[in-house]
Design a protein around this ligand. Structure first.
Ligand SMILES: Nc1ncnc2c1ncn2[C@@H]1O[C@H](COP(=O)(O)OP(=O)(O)OP(=O)(O)O)[C@@H](O)[C@H]1O
Ligand SMILES: [Mg+2]
Length: 259
């Protein structure tokens, strides 16, 4: 069975899965710049959902509202059935440890080694991790998952762009998140390194049983990693479907993404 048939099969069954993340009628403006105008999505358990949209269409703003880096003007965000607007700071922090966020760029701490970068989230969430296994084991496991155990004592300045992206991914994985948010995981990488990152995203989905929201401009990435795709246009979901559905659409706005 080819990838596209696989994707269609996945989508047939998807609504029987539980919803990991649900956004309803999300709105966000900056002054008179209305960026999100009633955006909706459901992320189902185990799926990779890709969000595509032009530069400046509000993809990063949407993801920042999700993780609380920006406050939405209105709308509902439910993460594993918990409405984030109603949670107190403590419960919100606990819920956030279930979500890994790979920022646009890598956002490693330049003054820390790879090991220290990976230990950082563990130290911050000490209460959750002090009784599990020791830190060294967790760091080793996360680095092995991205194939970079040998880089453990290097500084970020000694890493290539692709290695930095992998280390950032390892730092996300170390908290064993149930949901991963990827903001442009392949941007700025050469085509071969991009392919490696894309393959890694699929293997992480299987190994860690994660559900992911992936923002990307990269059509190859969308084709390989997605079960479903949403196009964000003018602050709303313009269209949703599988890669094969969207890439063969006759709609002018949709076609523009798949040229
Ligand atoms: N903190 C902010 N203050 C004011 N305006 C902002 C802020 N963050 C984003 N914007 C505006 O919101 C709009 C959407 O920006 P956003 O970064 O979400 O785009 P994007 O879809 O992620 O684009 P790209 O593909 O280039 O990453 C832009 O017009 C941007 O100028
Ligand atoms: Mg962005």
């Amino acid at each position: 069975m080819n990838t596209e048939q696989n994707n269609s099969k996945a989508i047939e069954n998807i609504e029987t899965k539980s919803v990991m993340l649900e956004i309803k009628d999300l709105r966000k403006s900056f002054g008179d710049n209305a960026v999100l105008n009633g955006f909706n999505l459901k992320l189902y358990e185990g799926e990779n959902l890709v969000i595509m949209g032009k530069s400046g269409s509000g993809k990063s703003v949407m993801i920042k509202c999700l993780v609380g880096l920006l406050q939405a003007d209105s709308g509902s965000i439910k993460i594993m059935d918990q409405e984030i607007n109603t949670l107190n700071q403590k419960d919100l922090n606990i819920l956030r440890t279930e979500i890994g966020f790979l920022f646009q760029g890598s956002a490693l701490y330049d003054s820390m080694t790879v090991r220290e970068n990976l230990e950082f989230p563990l130290r911050r969430h000490k209460s959750r991790f002090q009784n599990t296994s020791n830190m060294d084991e967790l760091v080793t496991e996360a680095l092995e998952s991205v194939g970079l155990l040998h880089a453990i004592d290097l500084m970020p300045a000694e890493l290539s762009g692709g290695m930095k992206r992998r280390i950032a991914l390892a730092r996300t994985l170390i908290l064993k998140p149930k949901i991963i948010l990827y903001d442009e995981p392949t941007s700025g990488l050469d085509p071969i390194t991009s392919k490696e990152i894309i393959a890694l995203m699929r293997s992480i989905q299987k190994q860690y049983k994660t559900s992911s929201l992936i923002i990307t401009h990269d059509v190859d990435c969308a084709r390989v990693v997605s079960e479903r795709i949403i196009l964000l246009v003018d602050g709303v979901n313009y269209v949703e479907g599988t890669y094969s559905e969207l890439s063969t659409s006759t709609d002018v706005q949709v076609k523009a993404f798949f040229k």
